[in-house]
Design a protein around this ligand. Structure first.
Ligand SMILES: O=P(O)(O)OC[C@H]1O[C@](O)(COP(=O)(O)O)[C@@H](O)[C@@H]1O
Ligand SMILES: [Mg+2]
Ligand SMILES: [Mg+2]
Length: 343
């Protein structure tokens, strides 16, 4: 598809006469419609002072803001209008049937990064589109079953990052006419990087392998990795993922020793799986530290997972550090020539 193609033409041409593809396309249209509405709502900021108010807790135990609840309602209403069969959301304990007989189900984080909402930092809506087949839950399957996935980012511009399983493409909202326009096709992530993203305030809770990796990044050119690293952490997964799509890098949110953080913070169904599919479709990798995210069994809607994704070689390097903490990753062919165990 040519750069500048509208989302409608792009999806209609991809779907053709295939019933499941048409259902996927309808789900993406729904998410685009919800995205336009949410971009407006988020853009109001403090003009609407109640948005940041805490109104309860979601099933993950996170504080739920008024805007989280509103985002959930906007996304669910759009999916219902477009005939999506079922929805599972960060903001609802249970999955909900929207359209009996619908061919696809959507798992969503309706507002990712909502703790940032008052600070005018990019937030977004993450989505995973799965097939509905028989009576079994469409959600309790590995992420490799996703038909499509992506996220909408409400930042200086509103983007939809989308994969239909044939590469990852990016659309930007043209605010003059309300249409999403293809701006980047078949995005690729360079396998090597010297930029990592991690919430380093958790350092003391990490396992030795991860501490060793970050220590070696901090040692820069003088350490075993023999290059200077840069660090970035937005704290909105969609914004950190967008940066990695545009200029490379790796993101780490591992499990750690804090109570409730054994499997990290991020939820596999509607955060890690869709981001992992997007990243793999760019040639990157996504693991829980050692295991491929898309191969992990999902047994609960709000299941958590460690998440490491981005530049393929760096994700592999991090896996070696985690798997062999005592050897500081020196088994890796990617390790610098001055590894700690090398003469
Ligand atoms: O505050 P922390 O521990 O750095 O966690 C940041 C992570 O939490 C999240 O905000 C979780 O998403 P929600 O805002 O949807 O709960 C991610 O977007 C982000 O990567
Ligand atoms: Mg989130
Ligand atoms: Mg959220």
């Amino acid at each position: 598809m040519a750069i500048g193609t509208g989302l409608t033409e792009y999806l209609e041409s991809w779907a053709g006469g295939d019933a499941v593809r048409k259902a996927v396309a309808e789900a993406v249209f729904a998410l685009a419609e919800a995205g336009i509405e949410l971009a407006g709502v988020c853009g109001q900021g403090a003009i609407n002072p109640d948005q940041g108010a805490i109104v309860g807790n979601n099933s993950g135990g996170d504080a739920q803001k008024a805007l989280d609840v509103r985002s959930h309602e906007i996304v669910v209403a759009a999916l219902r209008r477009r005939g999506v069969g079922m929805v599972a959301s960060e903001e609802a304990d249970e999955a909900e049937v929207l359209t009996p007989g619908g061919l696809v189900a959507v798992a969503t984080d309706p507002l990712d990064g909502s703790s940032n909402i008052d600070t005018n930092v990019s937030v977004g809506t993450i989505f995973s589109i799965l097939p509905v087949e028989g009576e079994a839950s469409p959600f309790l399957v590995p992420g490799s079953r996703q038909l499509a996935a992506g996220f909408v980012v409400y930042g200086p511009h509103t983007d939809i990052v989308l994969t239909l399983g044939e590469g990852t493409d990016i659309f930007t909202l043209d605010r003059s006419n309300g249409a999403f326009v293809l701006v980047a096709e078949k995005v690729s992530i360079a396998p090597e990087t010297a930029e990592y993203a991690v919430n380093a305030s958790n350092y003391r809770h990490w396992a030795a392998g991860l501490r060793n990796y970050v220590d070696d990044c901090l040692a820069g050119k003088d350490g075993p990795l023999e290059k200077n690293y840069n660090m970035r952490w937005v704290g909105s997964l969609v914004a950190d993922a967008s940066r990695i799509l545009s200029r490379g890098g790796v993101f780490l949110y591992p499990g750690d020793a804090r109570k409730g953080y054994t499997h990290g913070r991020l939820r596999i169904l509607y955060e890690a799986n869709p981001v992992a599919m997007v990243i793999e479709q760019c040639g990157g990798k996504a693991t829980d530290g050692t295991q491929r995210i898309l191969d992990i069994d999902v047994t609960e809607l709000h299941q958590r997972t460690g998440l490491v994704f981005g530049a393929a070689s760096e994700v592999e390097r991090i896996g070696l550090y985690i798997a062999n903490p005592e050897r500081r990753g020196e088994d890796s062919p990617l390790f610098g020539s001055r590894g700690l165990f090398m003469s």
